[in-house]
Ligand binder design. Structure first.
Ligand code: HEC
Ligand code: HEC
Length: 393
């Protein structure tokens, strides 16, 4: 048995305010109701700092000011994030008590379910593949089609979805109200017992702490301006020491020659960065790249939300961080490996009337295709916030 601590990067000391629990067996089987005593809940809620707002420290490569991305009406506090963590892993949020958020977005599987499409209550199959929930604080919209504007809005979706958790936020709040440990926490955090609004705010706050950065590509990008740099004679010695440190870090996390060639291609000849760009490798925008468009009844994606002709079959560009851990790929899980993904782009996507003009045959050689795969596999895998599966009230 292994015990992991929920580490809120950078908020030293805050991690210790959060509950500890045991990790064993399948991830979504670990969170057992009734394993967290009420006395322990009370003690933690009364600990100094439990209700102090904090901002998680951005890992290397995440340049956004995270403070600006946290809604003013829902600041993060250790007690709220902890409540959200419990709810995230609690199957009692589903009608029949068999499915939690973690069933489909499992920390042990890159925060996905590594299935083509997800299975909800009663073994029902959904129509789309579960995306990872890392770095969702950076997302301008939520879902493959961007239909939710905020994580608060998103969080109640799956609880009410008949084939995901098959419940309703109101029924879920009612069920939680019967559990003393939850009642106490909601009252301490939100000033009232469990409500759909509180559930959404707590889960969204927990999600905002799940960050990924510090990949080999991040170390490379940090060092890039200094590869050919020569200090002036009167250069500030502190600055020289800082540059040396950055170059040493890059050396310690250096990607292979193949991955580095893949990087060149990704940002050059293969044109991936026409859409996969910026700190989270996404333009946060919607494109039709043809996946699933040859199906009998294709998923029309963004079109269903906007009704705009140009959005037919368009989906939001996903992050490529930790992409090696989250196969299969695309909104329909139709591509099994990164190799298949690169083949898809190399042949110019799947032809259809709405294909993005940024998708065309790439003419990559066998070696070049391997290099692009290598870059994604090796250089985009970063460190994700270490989250321990909680004990539950
Ligand atoms: C049965 C599986 C399942 C369960 C349970 C589930 N999800 Fe999801 N989740 C999905 C699928 C599939 C999608 C993509 C749906 C879409 O885009 O239409 C998704 C999308 C998301 C997204 C959007 C990610 C992005 O990149 O836009 C977030 C965030 C998320 N889920 C969080 C949660 C939370 C929080 C819970 C628990 C309250 C939860 N999910 C429960 C399968 C599931
Ligand atoms: C026109 C914009 C665009 C370009 C150019 C592009 N992508 Fe994508 N990418 C997307 C969109 C949109 C999706 C999601 C499509 C879907 O689900 O049907 C996606 C999905 C992916 C996925 C699957 C992610 C997941 O979580 O399932 C990978 C991997 C990927 N792209 C890699 C690449 C690589 C490598 C290149 C360059 C060879 C590239 N992309 C070029 C827009 C683009």
């Amino acid at each position: 048995m292994k015990t992991l601590l929920l580490v809120l990067a950078g908020s030293a000391g805050l991690g210790s305010l959060l509950f500890q629990g045991q990790v064993s067996g399948r991830n979504d089987d670990r969170a057992e109701p009734g394993t967290l005593p009420v006395e322990e809940i009370r003690a933690r809620l009364e600990a100094p700092g439990a209700h102090e707002p904090f901002v998680p420290e951005a890992p290397l490569g995440i340049r956004s000011d995270l403070a600006a991305l946290i809604p003013p009406d829902n600041p993060l506090t250790p007690a709220k994030v902890e409540l959200g963590r419990q709810l995230y892993f609690d199957k009692r949020l589903s009608r029949d008590g068999t499915v939690s958020c973690a069933t489909c977005h499992d920390p042990a599987r890159g925060w996905t379910d590594i299935a083509r499409v997800s299975t909800g209550i009663d073994g029902q199959l959904g129509g789309r593949s579960a995306p990872t929930v890392i770095n969702r604080v950076l997302g301008k919209t939520q879902f493959w089609d961007g239909r939710a504007a905020s994580l608060e809005e998103q969080a109640l979706g799956p609880i009410g979805n008949p084939i995901e958790m098959g419940f309703s936020p109101e029924e879920a709040a009612k069920r939680l109200s019967a559990i003393e440990g939850y009642r106490i926490q909601f009252e301490a955090v939100f000033g009232e017992g469990p409500t759909p609004d509180g559930i959404a705010k707590a889960i969204a706050s927990f999600e905002r702490t799940i960050l990924s950065g510090g990949s080999k590509n991040d170390y490379f990008e940090q060092a890039l301006p200094f590869f050919d740099w020569e200090p002036e004679e009167d250069e500030d010695p502190d600055f020289v020491a800082r540059v040396d440190r950055i170059l040493d870090l890059e050396k310690a996390h250096r990607m292979s020659a193949s991955a580095e060639r893949g990087r060149e291609l990704f940002f050059g000849k293969a044109k991936c960065s026409a859409c996969h760009v910026g700190e989270d490798l996404t333009d946060e925008s919607f494109h039709n790249i043809g996946t699933g468009m040859d199906a009998e009844n294709p998923d029309l994606g963004r079109f269903v939300v906007t009704g705009e002709e140009a959005d037919q079959g368009a989906f939001r560009t996903p992050t490529l961080r930790n992409i090696a851990q989250t196969a299969p790929y695309m909104h329909d899980g139709s591509l099994r490996t990164l190799r298949e993904v690169v083949e898809h782009y190399n042949k110019g996507g799947t032809k259809n009337a709405w294909l993005s003009e940024k998708i065309f045959p790439l003419g990559l050689t066998e070696q070049e295709r391997q290099d692009v795969v290598r870059f994604m596999e090796e250089a985009l895998t970063g460190t994700i916030t270490d989250v321990e599966v909680p004990r539950l009230p």
